[in-house]
Design a protein around this ligand. Structure first.
Ligand SMILES: NC(=O)c1ccc[n+]([C@@H]2O[C@H](COP(=O)([O-])OP(=O)(O)OC[C@H]3O[C@@H](n4cnc5c(N)ncnc54)[C@H](O)[C@@H]3O)[C@@H](O)[C@H]2O)c1
Length: 356
């Protein structure tokens, strides 16, 4: 029996830490423990430690990295800080799991992957779309050729964003100013598409700011007016070879999201995908056949948690295997998003890998 118990430090005790990671990481598990929490706002770290039972409290990344007992750093800071925080943690010889996007560009993501390799540590990055039973079922259906060869895919990963969500208990304004809708919301649908189909060859993209002046609708900042400075409306056409195309939107300018987030049209049928799980989250229809539910038998209300990405890293370390949520998708996403941004800026199609 393996008695390895890894010590986890959470960097950034903000919204995502409280909503997902800290509750998920404070559940009893013999293979790891929530050892430390850190935030530049020390009071936040103290509150998180008291509530979730972390032993040590820090107010900087340097303090975390000076703690020889820390094995894994979970980076939950804002988008523009991820690269620096992940790089410093890897340099210090810590394993890292980071929220998305891992870094602002493909070359910088590759630098982090190389740094992890040379330091002999593991790196994992959200989005963890490959852990979804629903997505794994779709991968099985595609591999089993149930709809033949994919021809046209529609992916919508859009809404009005956290500024309008009824369950928001934090100030969401920065999401509209640091990266915009693609890296925060669109990245989930785009990640699922790339995980299922691979990296597109060429993209053509438009982006803009569709709703520049907004007011926070709910939560502690309700009523606050703000200006959108990052693209809140992104749409792209992605070409995968063999004539297979995908239409994608990752927008904060969509009032009501459609029932199905993904639709795969193939030479022999269609797959519709929508909802977190359960049989009705995946529907299949062959040519001149009735629609049938083909989703997993899991309960859609199952307490799904982003902390599963960290559990995956822990399990990989304990069992000495590769992670499911490693860096391959982060690289694919960064390269594709680079090409999308370059296409939007230059007003032409861009080959993925030639975005910068
Ligand atoms: N908010 C959500 O529901 C949600 C959901 C999924 C993913 N995410 C992702 O999680 C990440 C964080 O988002 P958030 O909404 O939690 O942001 P947030 O602003 O609420 O939290 C970030 C925290 O990091 C702290 N921080 C900043 N710099 C620091 C530093 N140098 N050292 C230590 N702490 C520092 C801040 O004080 C703050 O408490 C982003 O990548 C976001 O895309 C958020």
């Amino acid at each position: 029996m393996n008695s390895l118990c890894l010590r986890v430090a959470v960097l950034g005790c903000g919204a995502v830490a409280h909503r997902w990671y800290l509750p998920g990481l404070s559940r009893p598990d013999a293979s790891y423990e929530l050892h430390a929490v850190a935030d530049i706002d020390r009071k936040r770290a103290e509150a998180a430690a008291a509530h979730y039972g972390a032993r040590r409290v820090y107010a900087s990344l340097d303090e975390v990295l000076s703690d020889d007992d820390v094995d894994i750093v979970v980076v939950l800071t804002r988008h523009r800080d991820h690269y620096d925080h992940v790089a410093a943690s890897l340099e210090a010889g810590k394993h890292v799991y980071a929220e998305k996007p891992l870094a602002p560009s493909g070359p910088l993501v590759r630098q982090l992957v190389e740094l992890a390799r040379t330091r002999g540590v593991k790196l994992g990055a959200a989005p963890q779309v490959m852990l979804s039973a629903r997505n794994r079922r779709v991968a099985e259906l595609l591999a089993a050729n149930v709809i033949g060869r994919p021809t046209l895919v529609r992916v919508t990963s859009s809404g009005f964003g956290p500024g309008d969500r009824p369950d928001v208990d934090y100030d969401p304004i920065w999401f509209y100013q640091d990266g915009g809708s693609l890296v925060s919301l669109g990245i989930y649908g785009l990640g699922t598409l790339l995980w299922l189909l691979g990296v597109p060859r060429t993209v053509s993209c438009f982006q803009g700011i569709a709703i520049p002046s907004r007011v926070v609708q709910t939560g502690p900042a309700a009523g606050t007016a703000y200006t959108v400075t990052a693209p809140d409306n992104v749409a792209a056409l992605l070409e995968f070879g063999d004539g297979c195309l995908a239409l994608f939107d990752g927008s904060y300018s969509v009032a009501n999201s459609p029932r199905f987030e993904l639709e795969f049209q193939g030479t022999r049928g269609t797959i519709w995908i929508g909802g977190f799980g359960g049989p009705d989250s995946v529907l299949v229809q062959g040519i001149r056949e009735p629609v049938r539910a083909a989703g997993p038998e899991d309960d859609p209300a199952h307490p799904w948690t982003l902390a599963w990405g960290v559990h995956d890293l822990v399990t990989a370390l304990v069992e000495g295997r590769e992670q499911a949520v490693g860096t391959r998708l982060a690289v694919a996403l960064a390269d594709t998003m680079d090409a999308m941004r370059a296409s939007a800026e230059r007003g032409r199609h861009v080959a993925v890998g030639a975005g910068r």
